[in-house]
Design a protein around this ligand. Structure first.
Ligand code: GLN
Length: 486
């Protein structure tokens, strides 16, 4: 067994019991990145010998973690994968990084993403296109494609990401690793570059459910610098790990999630996963979440509105560069800079967002969307009066080929159908594997399919409990792509 086959928890246990040293762990992962990352291009920046001087000498000191290139980190290049920020080196730490470096993990490396966390394939990065370690020239999905691909290829034992509509849930599931998304507000967004502030949620991606809980205990908590962060800390009761079945759990499968876009193969695998939950004694009920059909439209009004506001700070004057185009007014200078340095999707969302927020259309679009968001939240609240958890597919399809859908933004937006309702309702969620399904193209490659589990807001412990029972019964995380030797 090599280090790559160990979960974060096992790595820490082995360091504690002095079976291995932390320097060995650090060097091992560094070498793996040198050896394999050229195939998947998940890293934007690798820090070969840096340990934060504030860090105590903890067990975790040298256990590396991949960090999405959107978390600001003192004197470490942070680009949001955009040309707009290609030379930006922040003079401060985001709270997430500050907490990790003070108490916990300090060897931190930056992983690739879609520009400013928009789009869904990791192809809109100005730095590199990242590839899925499972597929032959397939995308890892996005925007947190680098986070998912680096953990799936065992280049780091865990990674940080942000999720707005699906940004880690799709990539993690397409690359075969566990995503966990806490309730909105569990973590500080301070100096995490904003995409859509009422939806953005920073968190972790790991190989096992227990590893997610390990990082959850360290990372969640109040930040006085961030007005939406919850004012108390949550700790997971360790006794949940002893549970072996799902007796007394009522789990709800919303029928709207199995209609329209769902690929036949994916459907079959998800049904098998639901049968597995039944074997574990969960009570399964099929019911309805009728507002689901409005979720995508609602998201694609609220999100661009917030994006257009957040991206207005990037005029390329405050971040030190200018277009060389001639200009005769400040507006024209801003326009030249943005035109030159944003990718198409950022421009598309700025235009859409400014439109729905404009005085003429605000009531018809933005206000209406916020009202529908409340109805979506009510839908979930009603459902959770009857059940403990809701399960569904994460995505209607398996990973596409690179550049296959880049000119089809609508198809891309529709893939968000199963993850967006939970984002709008600020719910926590996690994923567990539902085995493999064939790709819809002629190559018929077998690619990962995952099941999403959602619980009511602030009920993370229940989520970990259900996911762990399922994971223990399947042991799926031990599988990895066969081209990764040691
Ligand atoms: N695919 C979605 C979008 O492009 C989600 C992005 C995200 O969660 N950051 O908006």
């Amino acid at each position: 067994m090599s280090f790559k086959d160990l979960s974060l928890e096992q790595l820490i246990d082995d360091i504690k019991s002095k079976k291995i040293t932390k320097e060995e762990v650090f060097q091992y992962f560094l070498k793996r990145i040198e050896k394999y990352d050229y195939k998947i291009k998940s890293f934007n920046y690798v820090n070969e010998n840096w340990v934060n001087s504030n860090t105590k000498d903890t067990i975790f000191q040298w256990v590396p973690i991949g960090v999405k290139d959107i978390f600001c980190e003192n004197w470490i290049p942070t680009t949001s994968a955009s040309n707009m920020l290609k030379d930006f080196i922040p003079p401060y730490d985001s709270t997430v990084i500050a907490n990790l470096t003070k108490e916990w993990i300090s060897s931190i490396w930056k992983v690739n993403m879609d520009e400013f966390a928009m789009w869904s394939t990791s192809e809109s990065s100005a730095i590199n296109t990242t590839y899925n370690p499972w597929g032959n020239n397939r995308i890892p999905w996005g925007s947190s494609g680098g986070s998912a691909a680096s953990v799936a290829a065992w280049l780091v034992p865990a990674a940080l990401w942000t999720d707005t509509g699906w940004s880690i849930r799709q990539p993690a599931s397409m690359c075969n690793v566990v995503w966990f998304k806490p309730s909105y507000g569990r973590n500080s967004r301070y100096w995490v570059m904003s995409m859509a502030s009422s939806l953005d949620c920073p968190w972790t991606l790991t190989k096992t459910v227990k590893d997610s809980a390990l990082l959850y205990d360290v990372m969640n908590g109040y930040d006085e610098k961030e007005s939406t962060s919850l004012t108390w800390k949550d700790l997971i009761d360790p006794s949940i790990w002893d549970k072996k079945d799902l007796k007394w759990y009522k789990i709800w499968v919303p029928k709207e999630y199995f209609e329209e876009w769902l690929d036949e193969w994916v459907k079959l695998r998800i049904e098998e996963a639901i049968n597995k939950l039944k074997e574990l004694w969960a009570e399964i009920k099929e019911v309805s979440l009728p507002m689901t059909k409005y979720a995508i439209a609602t998201y694609y009004i609220i999100m661009p509105a917030e994006v257009s506001t957040n991206l207005s700070r990037y005029d390329w004057i405050r971040f030190w560069h200018n277009s060389t185009e001639a200009y005769s007014s400040t507006d024209e200078l801003f326009m030249n800079n943005r035109w030159e340095w944003f990718w198409d999707e950022a421009k598309r969302r700025i235009v859409l967002g400014s439109y729905v927020l404009s005085a003429w259309f605000y009531d018809a679009y933005f206000k209406k969307a916020t009202q529908i968001r409340t109805l979506i939240i009510d839908d979930f609240n009603k459902a959770f009066e009857e059940v403990d958890a809701i399960v569904s597919p994460v995505s209607p399809n398996v990973a596409w080929k690179s550049w296959e859908k880049v000119n089809d933004p609508v198809k891309m937006y529709l893939s968000d159908a199963y993850t967006i309702p939970a984002s709008l309702a600020w719910l926590p969620g996690i994923s567990v594997p539902a085995w493999f399904a064939e790709s819809e193209d002629s190559e018929k490659e077998l690619l990962p399919v995952w099941l999403q589990i959602l619980t009511p807001r602030l009920k993370e412990e229940k989520l970990f409990e259900i996911a762990n029972v399922y994971e223990q019964a399947t042991k799926f995380w031990e599988k990895n792509p066969d081209w990764f030797e040691d």
